[in-house]
Design a protein around this ligand. Structure first.
Ligand SMILES: [Zn+2]
Length: 281
């Protein structure tokens, strides 16, 4: 068995949320390594775990047995099964611009949580760096008059309006940590986009947990994370405020209370990656 196959050989479906989390982390690490070592000028075939191909096999299709449900962005650079290196029948996927929680998305995830209660161990909200939907919401926030040409489009406004809460929370966090005139910093827009991406994923995961009443379920967990388009890794902010809060590999539990969400906002605003963006010319 190759090194890669050994790493991915985890009993399926995983028995616990922690095991499901580990499986996604291992898959994402394998993906990042695969891309790092692949030649740049020739196409690379992403391996498929044939044993888990499910309905690709001969005979009657297997029943659905996803071990995780993922709400991710529609961004073409963030194909969820590929970046987590999972086969068909492993993930129940909902993708929508800005990984916002629409009523249809919530209905889909609610269905998954109910119909696949036997095997579903994790619900993931995955944001990503350089998100175009979040960037559009940030630009509309910073220059409201520019937003007017989008106003007639009700569906588009539906996406941006859902993102404004996270953008406003990110703006407030940056000003609390870096002063009321933080927006004078040369990289304020980029820092605001980064903070908004993180807080949007955290807030969406929090909302999802509330909607599904997850406090009553110990056999599955709801987590959030950020996919980094540069490193190809999935990370999350630390839950505890420290002097230099660094991104941690993998996903994290969302804040459970408004106070915890506000604390997370300040932690995010202090992260070195946000400071670097804020100071960049
Ligand atoms: Zn996006």
């Amino acid at each position: 068995m190759s090194r890669r196959n050994r790493e991915l050989h985890v009993p399926r479906p995983p028995a616990t949320p922690a095991a499901a989390h580990r499986l996604l982390q291992q898959g994402n690490a394998a993906f990042a390594r695969l891309v790092a070592t692949a030649p740049h000028d020739t196409p690379t075939l992403i391996p498929l775990l044939s044993a888990d191909a499910g309905s690709f096999g001969r005979g009657a299709p297997r029943s659905q047995e996803p071990f995780a449900a993922v709400l991710g962005c529609s961004d073409a650079r963030v194909p969820l099964e590929i970046i987590f290196q999972q086969a068909c029948n492993d993930l129940f996927v909902v993708r929508v611009a800005g990984n916002i929680l629409t009523s249809e998305g919530l209905g889909s995830l609610d269905f998954a949580a109910t119909a696949f209660a036997r095997c579903l161990r994790l619900l993931v909200v995955l944001g990503h760096t350089r998100c175009g939907a979040v960037t559009a919401a940030v630009d509309a926030f910073l220059a409201p008059m520019e937003y007017l040409h989008l106003a007639p489009s009700q569906p588009l406004r539906g996406v941006l309006d859902r993102l404004f809460i996270a953008v406003r929370a990110a703006d407030r966090s940056l000003r609390e940590v870096h002063g009321p005139h933080a927006d004078n910093s040369p990289g304020y827009r980029a820092a605001l986009i980064e903070c908004s991406v993180i807080l949007n994923a955290a807030l969406t995961a929090h909302t999802l947990a509330r909607e599904l009443g997850e406090g009553e379920h110990h056999e599955r967990e709801i987590v959030f994370g950020i996919y980094d388009l540069e490193s190809l890794g999935v990370w999350s902010p630390p839950s505890r405020a420290t002097q230099t809060p660094r991104a941690l590999p993998g996903m994290a539990s969302p804040p459970a209370t408004p106070a915890a969400f506000r604390s997370l906002g300040k932690t995010v605003a202090r992260m070195p990656r946000v400071l670097a963006l804020l100071d960049a010319a």
